[in-house]
Design a protein around this ligand. Sequence first.
Ligand SMILES: [Cu+2]
Length: 116
Amino acid sequence: MKKLTLSSIVAVLVFFNITVKAQTSSEIKITTSSVCKMCKKTIDKAITAEKGVSKSSLDVPTKVVTVTYDAAITNPDKIRLAISNAGYDADAVKANPKAYKKLDDCCKKENEGKME
Ligand SMILES: [Cu+2]
């Protein structure tokens, strides 16, 4: 009987550990103001530089970046801020104006479609 109880406790602990791990790894999709492949490089680099982010993948045609992150370390607001500080809009968060000015002309949203 004691043995059974012990293995039950171990089973519960293992289950909780798995549940906690599953909860801390989160995924979010953020709409950006990216224009081209160079933007993809800039944005993915800026996001993966954030602590707790394990993966960032921007889809150029849809401008949506999919980010995998550890919710115990970072959060969507911090990720949006990192995108803003790289010079791009992130959902409702507008691009940091200073960072936006530094972007190459081809990466500025105002020039989208004009540079081709
Ligand atoms: Cu670009």
